[in-house]
Design a binder for this molecule. Sequence first.
Ligand code: ADP
Ligand code: AMP
Length: 214
Amino acid sequence: MKIIMLGAPGAGKGTQAKMIAEKYGVPHISTGDIFRANIKNGTELGAKAKEYMDKGLLVPDELVVDLVIDRFKEPDCKNGYVLDGFPRTIPQAEALDKALSAIGETIDYAINVEVPDENIVKRMSGRRACVGCGATYHIVYNPTKEDGKCDTCGAELILRDDDKPETVLNRLKVYHEQTQPLINYYEAKGVMKEVDGTVDMKDVFAAIVEILGE
Ligand code: ADP
Ligand code: AMP
């Protein structure tokens, strides 16, 4: 099962992708997580990516595409994967199609988690990320048991630099210009599905399970 999660930054792609990965036994591949791990480990890729991420801009396609296509070659991807944050541009989608068609495969579902812009800034300013394991919480909608500490690994929680309101507005603009056109792209391929992302996260997941099957 090969799935792409689409939606604005903060729509809940990562939250849903983690649940999909767990239920259907496929890896969750988040390009944002891969870049953040590179930044944390002080790699050259991390340093390059950070320049763009901090401004709310997309990392150039040439730094993203090979990274993802190499990841598919790992043994855990043999039954598929859920892609979160990739593709984000038409050239990325085309590169993905080309790599898949070379091995006779296609994407099964593109799921758009629909959340209006006016809800996004509130979502993002309340998002907290664990510095240890990368788990994501929300101070109102998905709080931790103990304030400021990850439920899973106990490490500290932070507000991501790119979740500050001024950067979020830029990320939304970039989303509308460069990523939203992917909805038509996958519609034309007949794999586009949409869910309402404004309801409780469990209800969003139930709608996704309706699409993917039990
Ligand atoms: P994305 O991966 O699309 O950027 P996240 O999954 O990280 O988004 O979600 C953004 C924030 O919104 C997080 O703090 C998350 O806990 C919260 N969130 C996710 N889904 C919902 C929902 N359905 N209702 C309310 N808050 C949500
Ligand atoms: P995310 O965690 O998905 O919100 O991604 C955080 C940031 O990483 C984005 O705002 C981009 O700067 C960068 N990024 C993640 N995935 C991609 C991608 N597929 N293409 C370009 N930039 C990306």
